[in-house]
Design a protein around this ligand. Structure first.
Ligand SMILES: [Zn+2]
Length: 552
């Protein structure tokens, strides 16, 4: 079309079409209507029953769950998402690492042994029975961050091969009261311990140790002590995780101060590493530690189906929810089955209803819709991380990820919490649908806790795919905000990750899940009808990752 053919009539038509795109006509009511309370209830009742034993990976609970989900996909008429299979195998390894003796630091002031659990913890992801680090030179690399959007590189001109990198917890923005500097107190991806371990490995360090500090960590040393001891499950990469650092550990803040002083350095350097002109410092100290590992390897399963698009079948909207929970564990009040009804039988049930919605949508979705039910979220987002490093559908053809985890069971809310609000243009899609539902958007209430990095959508964000994580808020339609807050707090205090996270048809009001599912459905349906790709917003730590392969 050239400009001289652009008649007023045509202009009017174009404007009319543009206006229509903004209205609910771009959504499918048939699909949304098929999402209902009884459908959700039926799935939750089965998945959260004692018979499924808390849906722990590697157990009979997994076998039953995978069989149920596969059957549900077949019943709905969905196509297998992995070639001719509904499952994607996820190789996992459980490593129970025990230090042989203590961690030894040798420096100018002599040799100092750190006491295991009180002063240091150390794990490894390397799949081998022994891991030894001997007399590895220690270097302090500030926050251990490489962030192009802040022009920040703690590893600049630093060769860390064979060395032990010591880094601070969180990111330099914490406590700065400057929302434009690493987003201030809002935790960025760079503040997560997972990132620090990954970056140190990319840089070729032999070991990486994070300095714990209550405030910026957001939890006391006891949490480190508990979480970094005992068996842990990891993805098992083809190289047996040899590309990871040999040691991933923590030391307490008092030990870190001592380390600086004995090296003849001022501990104030730790604070000064917040400054953009900070340079890494050799610690004139070596580190030695040895781990002996008990290994157990097994395979779990992601369950995946696809609804092929009618016009752009090679472009994908990926919905995700984790099917796993915590299995059978410590009994509380005589109950040892961690049923995980809200977390996350609810998300899986809603996603199955959404899948049905897409099957009934008129017109059918133009882009393909993928339903991905992932394993081992509770062990550290492992199923989704495996998908992200072994994507079945190309990331550059994947439009967005929409993730559902632990939906509220106390009825519809007027508000919708968007975790990581401000990260991507998906916010705008959610806003339109929420408005149509008569709801308002609330950003994450505890952005310093980094919830955006704690469910499966984050695995997609890490490979650059715009990802959305939203949930019903506190403002109960029927009973108001205070009542809603009480309900949510009761869940967190009494049921979250406890055997009492059970389905109760008497007390649960599933109408909220219906409404939230309809919202998720409409957002996906809108995206499926478009030909454009939503972007990360300026300042998002995932933007450069996406741009690198979308605009080469
Ligand atoms: Zn969950």
């Amino acid at each position: 079309m050239t400009i001289n053919k652009f008649t007023p009539q045509l202009l009017a038509l174009v404007l009319l079409l543009m206006v229509q795109c903004q209205t609910p006509e771009n959504q499918s009511q048939d699909g949304a209507q098929s999402i209902d309370v009884s459908g959700i209830a039926n799935h939750i009742e089965v998945l959260a029953s004692d018979d499924y034993s808390g849906r722990m990976p590697f157990t009979e609970g997994e076998e039953k769950t995978v069989a149920y989900l596969t059957r549900a996909f077949t019943d709905l008429g969905l196509e297998p998402g992995n070639g001719d299979s509904y499952v994607q195998e996820v190789p996992l390894v459980e490593i129970n690492a025990t230090p042989q003796g203590n961690m030894v630091l040798k420096g100018g002031a002599g040799s100092r042994e750190l006491t295991y659990l009180d002063e240091f913890v150390a794990l490894t992801r390397r799949v081998q029975e022994e891991v030894t680090v001997a007399d590895s030179e220690m270097v302090f690399a500030g926050y251990g961050i490489v962030a192009p959007e802040y022009d920040w590189d703690d590893y600049q001109d630093l060769d860390v091969s064979g060395k032990t990198v010591v880094v601070m917890v969180n990111d330099p923005g914490y406590g700065s009261e400057d929302a434009t500097f690493f987003k201030g107190n809002t935790m960025t991806y760079y503040g997560r311990w997972t990132y620090k371990y990954e970056e140190a490995a990319r840089q070729g360090a032999e070991a990486v140790i994070i300095v714990h500090d209550d405030g910026p960590a957001g939890y006391p040393w006891e949490v480190v002590r508990g979480g970094w001891s005992g068996p842990n499950q990891y993805l098992k990469a083809a190289d047996n995780n040899q590309s990871r650092c040999a040691i991933e550990g923590w030391i307490s803040l008092p030990v870190a101060k001592e380390l600086f002083i004995s090296a003849g350095l001022d501990p104030v350097l730790m604070d000064q590493s917040k400054n953009p002109d900070f340079k890494p410092v050799a610690l004139n100290t070596t580190m030695s530690v040895q781990l002996s590992n008990a290994l157990r390897e097994d395979r779990s399963n992601n369950v995946i189906a696809v609804i092929p698009g009618t016009e752009r079948p090679d472009e994908y909207i990926i919905y995700s929810a984790h099917w796993d929970h915590m299995g059978v564990g410590q009994p509380i009040n005589g109950d040892s089955i961690y049923n995980g009804a809200e977390d996350n039988a609810s998300g899986v049930a809603c996603l199955l209803e959404i899948a049905q919605g897409f099957m009934e949508a008129k017109p059918a979705p133009k882009r393909s819709v993928v339903i991905l039910l992932v394993t081992a979220e509770e062990q550290g987002l492992l199923g989704s991380a495996y998908y992200a490093s072994n994507p079945i559908f190309p990331p550059e053809k994947t439009v967005a990820n929409l993730n559902m985890d632990a939906l509220g069971s106390f009825g519809p809310t007027k508000d919708l919490i968007v975790i990581g609000h401000g990260q991507s243009e998906l916010d705008d899609y959610v806003e339109v649908v929420a408005k149509n539902q008569g709801r308002y958007i609330v950003p994450d209430q505890d952005p310093e806790k980094g919830y955006f990095f704690r469910s499966d959508h984050f695995s997609f964000a890490k490979i650059g795919i715009p990802a959305m994580y939203a949930e019903g808020g506190l403002d109960s339609e029927a009973n108001g905000k205070e009542w809603g807050r009480t309900q949510k707090e009761a869940y967190t205090a009494n049921r979250y990750h406890k055997p009492s996270d059970e389905y109760n048809p008497e007390t649960w009001d599933l109408h909220g899940m219906v409404k939230d599912s309809q919202l998720f459905y409409q957002v996906g349906y809108t995206l499926a009808g478009e030909s454009t790709f939503p972007k990360w917003k300026e300042g998002s730590e995932f933007k450069s990752i996406r741009d690198a392969y979308m605009n080469p």
